[in-house]
Design a binder for this molecule. Sequence first.
Ligand code: RB5
Length: 149
Amino acid sequence: MNVIYLASDHGGTVLKAHIAEHLGPKGYEVRDLGVNGTESVDYPDYAASLAQVMLQDATARGILICGSGIGISIAANRFSHIRAALVTDVTSARLCRQHNDANVLALGERVTGVATAMECVDTFLSTDFEGGRHQRRVDKLISPQPVSS
Ligand code: RB5
């Protein structure tokens, strides 16, 4: 696992740039899916771009950023192969990998400072899924029970 996809809306471009600079020297292949620039865009479009590329690459990880991290994480989790965790602290970054096998880290540029965000990124990328009882639960995320109307 060396490819890291990054995407954000206009509310996340500064933190996205910090993450790209942080990961480049660590040997990751960072692929920036945009947005680049300051125009106002719609975060679901960038969550969808990430979901599209991750469909082709099951081992890849993604990092999504918007202003709060909320909208872009909700958008990403509409796709059944994505488990996006909105994280604001290192413990959550660790647990989302150990227990939830999260494949996407979501961050809010207006919520989380750069230093904490980098710690979350490093923890997310270096922590393995524990499997065991958690696998059964993750399987249920991938194939949820049908709900009746
Ligand atoms: C954009 O202004 C902002 O709404 C977006 O970045 C995000 O915070 C939405 O959840």
